[in-house]
Design a protein around this ligand. Structure first.
Ligand code: C2O
Ligand code: CU
Ligand code: CU
Length: 533
């Protein structure tokens, strides 16, 4: 069957025949590499990638992106783009629809499982799916060069080898990620494993996924995105309505017991400064790459686009009738620059920003409605995480440097913007090595903005953060996205132990990403037949 043979399917695919993948190497002195390390890649072609006939999936699903309508607000339904899934093999419960939501279904998998996902694009533009946070081979990662057009499919087959955690999936076509996610294309990918299950955290109705997003609706109930003005792109899209799991005015009816809340910031560019309205500290048990070693407590915590946080919320001490909210506290997103730009935009006739980044608001309400007696206490130990060994990095004395800057109304990384298949000399790492990467948010002179920096294909460990706003970060545990406020510098350790090839790193402010605040990094090493799959 055709579907099984090719990654990208369909004869109408433009340029299908000569889709050989070439790396364009910027700068000089890389000719040697071209013949050596890049050799395997030069013969690499998506269309010719045969599926492994030995691949026997534990979970086999179809995932389709298609136009749909959802009754989000009273009255006219909202036109959205939405992921739909169908389970071919595996329990039906591995795909969980969120009722009344434009979000894609939650996909659930276990560590060690083999997963096949047959993606079909039915929206009227190119798209591809990226598994945010999952450690998969380059060809399974949803790089924008693998986009398929309307009516075409892309076959994913990979083993889930991440720790248990809250991951997610979303489109990744170049220049169109922001609008596609905004229209509704996003969903959670939840991984479980034995270590997690041995902890005995609240589950079933006491485990609640919460996807935070902001949207703006017109009077006809249709979504309004940015006008495309450069200034709006520079800031990023900010909606005036806070949605939780795709629903406005979300309320969680709770029982008098402990909950595990899994939060994802699925917004295009809004940053949340999370706190409880009733002032008790947040009990944080997990981040991007799963459970922390031990719970940590914060009066508030930042959650920037792409990041996840898991919170332990215990209502056993509260009476039925008690109400609280998870709120976002006001903060200054970038010194005066950021604020001033926000206002300037409004006056410039762009989209009205009723709710600027850094404004305070309520995210959702929790109402205690039911008495339940459960014997639960916050576990002291949640998982085991070996501390990062900085000195194991090959560049221990000389961390790789990345500067986040703006030039000519364009956000960039080290002064460069995204080119589909371009890798610079200083973006090549050696397979099997550990490295220290250091990002500096040096800003853009007249405009300072926070940048959530995300690495594809890897979880890393934060070593150090220098800056002024320390309390609100949860840098503990495994991360794939970190918020870097203006003036801050962050250093993390990343292990390129496996999976050679081309991967992305970028700002997860989706408008920044779309305008090119994204680059490739290349993991140089032999590509085994297994990885070519
Ligand atoms: Cu959610 Cu390229 O990332
Ligand atoms: Cu990602
Ligand atoms: Cu950015």
């Amino acid at each position: 069957m055709n579907l099984m043979k090719n990654r990208s399917i369909g004869s109408g695919f433009p340029g299908n025949k000569n889709r050989r993948q070439f790396l364009k190497i910027a700068g000089y002195g890389t000719i040697g590499l071209m013949t050596g390390g890049f050799g395997p890649l030069l013969n690499y072609s998506v269309a010719s990638q045969n599926a492994d006939t030995n691949f026997t999936p534990d979970l086999d699903i179809s995932l389709t992106a298609r136009p749909d309508e959802v009754a989000v607000l009273p009255g006219r339904p909202t036109q959205v783009w939405r992921y739909h899934a169908f389970v071919h093999k595996g329990e039906k419960s591995r795909v969980v629809e969120i009722p009344r939501s434009y979000l894609g279904p939650i996909i659930k998998a276990y560590r060690g499982e083999k997963v096949r996902i047959r993606f079909t694009n039915e929206i009227p533009e190119e798209s591809i799916v990226h598994w945010h946070g999952l450690h998969v081979p380059a060809i399974m990662d949803g790089h924008p060069r693998y986009v398929v057009s309307q009516g075409q499919s892309y076959l994913y087959e990979f083993e889930v080898n991440n720790r248990a955690g809250t991951y997610w999936y979303h489109p990744h076509p170049h220049g169109r990620t922001g609008p596609q996610v905004y229209r509704g294309l996003a969903g959670l990918f939840i991984v479980s494993d034995e270590e997690e299950q041995s902890v005995g955290l609240p589950d079933g109705e006491y485990e609640v996924p919460l996807v935070l997003q902001d949207r703006t609706f017109g009077s006809d109930n249709q979504l309004i995105y940015t006008s495309g003005h450069r200034m709006e792109q520079m800031t990023g899209f900010l909606g005036d309505m806070i949605m939780v799991n795709g629903l406005p005015d979300f309320t969680l009816p709770a029982s008098t017991c402990a909950y595990r809340l899994r939060l994802l910031n699925g917004s295009n560019s809004r940053i949340y400064k999370l706190a409880w309205k009733d002032d008790r500290p947040l009990t944080i048990i997990g981040t991007d790459g799963g459970l922390l070693e031990r719970p940590v407590f914060r009066q508030y915590a930042f959650l920037s686009p792409g990041e996840r946080l898991e919170i332990w919320a215990d209502f056993s001490e509260y009476p039925v009738g008690f109400e609280t909210s998870l709120i976002s506290l006001p903060f200054d997103p970038g010194g005066m620059g950021g604020r001033r730009m926000g206002r300037g935009m409004m006056m410039g006739g762009g989209m009205a920003q009723n709710l600027p980044n850094g404004a305070g608001f309520s995210i959702f309400k929790i109402k205690v409605v039911k008495n339940v007696k459960k014997d639960q206490s916050l576990p002291e130990q949640l998982s085991e995480i070996s501390p990062p060994q900085q000195d194991e990095a090959v560049n221990f004395l000389n961390p790789r440097q990345f500067y986040l800057t703006m030039r000519h109304m364009q956000w960039s990384i080290n002064g460069r913007v995204f080119q589909m298949e371009e890798v610079a000399d200083d973006e090549i790492v050696q397979l099997g090595s550990k490295e220290l990467w250091e990002f500096h948010n040096t800003g853009g002179g007249m405009m300072n903005m926070p940048h959530p920096i995300h690495l594809h294909g890897k979880q890393f460990q934060v070593i150090e953060r220098s800056g002024v706003m320390h309390e609100g970060y949860v840098d503990e545990g495994w991360k794939d996205t970190v918020l870097i406020m203006p003036g801050e510098r962050i250093r993390f350790l990343v292990d390129f132990a496996d999976y050679p090839g081309l991967f992305l790193y970028h700002c997860h402010n989706l408008e920044h990403e779309d305008m090119g605040m994204m680059r490739n990094y290349f993991v140089r090493g032999p590509i085994s037949s297994e990885q070519r799959l």
